[in-house]
Ligand binder design. Structure first.
Ligand code: PRX
Length: 647
């Protein structure tokens, strides 16, 4: 069957910031003369001291290093707030919609946000926070989360946001890893009418974090929470005592901006570190071009601030560009599956950016929920976080967008800071399921397993051969791990961990992770993390986790578990282990299938043959490949004979 191609609508190529000719011209310039290109693009920011050097980067071991705009200084909060005050002080910056539609929305202007940020920044200073210090943020999707981020940026503190769905253990690990002394949280969060006990989680986490001496607690739901004397303070009353002006800290372009933990194939989650200048240029530029953004348009990125998408496209990118950014606390199907589209109508959202997993879940509920809303304001749709299957793409395009809104399928990663491969709505003809063409300055290549480049159309490992400003700079506390993880597999290239196909038109099609990372509902998880949670249970001897196809989540979690010899595995234990993983990591890591197995397929040297387990997880067992190197081939027969039904 011929691939469907959706040409750029004439209206878009006429009016967009970038049409195809301009894309070609800008892309060519961005790779042939990066210094000149980025010198110009960086002018979108207000610099305190202009930079003279643009790019000093090498992916090679001998002279490895990544630094952009090195001698320039700036402040990101000033770029998000102060510089807009004269022109758009009274424009709404954050349009907040609560979990329940019966509660009122909040409209926070740039002027108000500036004041809130200044007061909170002063509070942080009063609690002893200094430039370079780490501040852990564990908050629901409320405007105060953005206030906290911007306040850190204003005074040069490094924020580390921990997704509010993570467990106390996961929170404790992240607090310890970056050695944070202060935690910002709320009494509770609300999701789909249910309370998430954030403060209680913090209290539990802090039993293992003796270094934390300050907790600022937002009374969001009115849930009574115990306050620890001298440690815990009430957000609102503490902020009220602070001054409404706070000078910005002058930051070097390469001063750290934030840490965000993300999963890899091995070990514990890594603290991905982004710095100030390059990240800001990248988030602002990609937000403007990918969404064809003009100041004042109503824009909604539905990602949580606990993920990188929330950082770059719910807060920093849009605010740098003078946007009205919608922030939604709740979930797509509460109180009913019209919720997203009702919010679109309520606020007149023009640009909507969401994840395929939510679309698939909504698609299953039927078209009526969508069609009873107007959605006339929508002009552009975006997708992020995982491959979007053609059915979901078609539904998004035809039903949600009524055929008139281009879809920008944006491929990128926590590590990349912002969008790397994506259509530009006025420039790129769309093919459902393809992230299409590289962003300016991004030089993707496909390599075979031996590192040989695949030219033209083909399939391989996706690498990027030169630096871009938004690239992460290090793994917090472990620079060697940064190099080893990303630059040692293929010498001289940044390895993304993704597989990818390039077609005859030069379009990129991400095929998914080729390492031991799985993508569950757009949330990235290391199989090793879930395995170590499982083996931490006293009845478990060994565990291996693989991804499995899942209709809604994209990938589900399939765990093979070997129990200690005296344990008789049963349904009760299965439930116990599921609850255990949820408690250890958080609900997003809930296993979909647990298969008890007396043994796992291992080579004679004791290495688990994950390839076989992956095939079983994918239910593709007709050809398991070569099993002759297994120490005990009968293990596989047992696994095949005892495959359970999904829970
Ligand atoms: O496998 C790719 C997938 O998500 C991974 C990055 O996850 P994370 O760091 O959590 O960032 C998610 C939000 C940017 C990638 O390695 N991924 C992300 N976007 C896409 C995607 N896969 C296919 N198509 C996409 N548009």
């Amino acid at each position: 069957m011929a691939e469907s191609v959706y040409p750029v609508p004439a209206q878009w190529s006429r009016t967009a910031l970038v049409d195809d000719a301009r894309y070609q011209e800008m892309y060519a310039r961005s790779v042939s003369d990066p210094d000149a290109f980025w010198r110009e693009e960086a002018q979108r920011l207000d610099w305190i001291r202009p930079f003279s050097v643009v790019k000093q980067t090498s992916f090679h071991e001998e002279d490895f290093g990544i630094s952009w705009f090195t001698d320039g200084t700036l402040n990101l909060a000033a770029n998000c707030l102060d510089r807009h005050l004269a022109e758009r002080g009274d424009q709404v910056a954050i349009l907040w919609e609560p979990d329940s539609p019966s509660n009122p929305e909040r409209r926070i202007t740039y002027r108000q946000l500036h004041e809130d940020v200044c007061r909170f920044a002063n509070l942080l200073k009063a609690r002893g926070v200094r430039k370079g210090e780490r501040v852990t943020i564990y908050l629901p999707m409320v405007p105060e989360a953005a206030v906290a981020m911007l306040a850190c940026a204003r005074i040069g503190a490094i924020h580390s946001i921990v997704f509010a769905g993570f467990s106390p253990d996961a929170l404790a690990n992240r607090i310890q890893d970056c050695d944070s002394r202060i935690v910002l949280t709320a009494d509770a969060g609300l999701r789909g009418g249910k309370k998430v006990p954030l403060k209680a989680n913090v209290d539990e986490a802090l039993e293992h974090c003796p270094g934390v001496d300050s907790v600022i607690v937002l009374a969001h739901t009115g849930t009574p929470v115990p306050m620890v004397e001298d440690r815990d303070v009430d957000w609102a009353s503490a902020v009220a005592q602070q001054d409404a002006e706070c000078p910005v800290q002058e930051m070097n372009a390469e001063d750290p901006l934030f840490i965000l933990y993300t999963s890899g194939s091995t070990g514990k989650p890594k603290g991905v570190l982004h710095t100030t200048g390059g990240y800001s240029v990248w988030a602002s530029m990609t937000h403007e071009y990918v969404f064809d953004y003009r100041p004042g348009q109503i824009y909604w990125c539905a990602a949580d601030i606990g993920w990188v998408t929330g950082h770059s496209y719910a807060v920093y990118g849009p605010l740098m560009n003078g946007a009205t950014t919608v922030m939604f606390e709740g979930v797509p199907n509460f109180p009913d599956p019209s919720r997203f589209w009702q919010i679109v109508d309520k606020f007149g959202v023009e640009i909507f950016y969401g994840a395929p997993t939510a679309l698939r879940a909504l698609m299953r509920e039927g078209n009526d929920w969508v069609q009873k809303t107007s959605r006339k304001s929508l002009r552009l749709l975006g997708s992020v976080g995982e491959p979007i299957n053609p059915e979901a793409w078609a539904w998004y395009h035809e039903v949600v967008g009524e055929g008139r809104c281009p879809i920008v399928d944006t491929w990128w990663q926590t590590e990349t800071g912002g969008v790397m491969i994506s259509p530009l709505p006025g420039a790129t003809a769309l093919k459902p399921g393809s992230a299409t063409r590289p962003m300016f300055g991004v030089q993707p290549r496909l390599l075979d397993n031996d590192g040989h480049e695949i030219e033209g159309a083909g399939d391989g490992c996706l690498v990027i051969v030169d630096s871009w400003p938004g690239q992460m700079r290090t793994v917090w506390g472990d620079h060697e791990r940064f190099f080893q993880t990303y630059f040692s597999t293929f010498k001289g290239s940044y390895f993304t961990g993704d597989g990818c196909r390039r077609d005859e038109d030069g379009y990129y099609w991400i095929t998914g992770r080729i390492d031991d990372v799985i993508n569950v509902s757009g949330h990235r998880m290391g199989t090793a993390e879930i395995e170590s949670a499982l083996v931490a249970h006293q009845k478990v001897a060994e565990a291996a986790v693989v991804g499995m196809p899942h209709e809604i989540k994209g990938q589900g979690i399939y765990a093979f578990v070997t129990c200690n010899s005296e344990v008789e595995p049963d349904e009760a234990l299965r439930k116990e282990l599921i609850a255990w993983v949820r408690h250890e990591i958080g609900p997003i890591a809930t296993p979909d299938v647990i298969q008890f197995a007396p043994g796992l397929p291992k080579t004679r040297s004791g290495k688990i043959m994950r390839r076989i387990l992956r095939k079983i997880g994918e239910n593709d067992v007709s050809n398991l490949g070569d099993t002759s190197t297994l120490a005990d081939p009968s293990v596989v027969d047992n696994l095949l004979a005892n495959r359970p039904q999904p829970v």
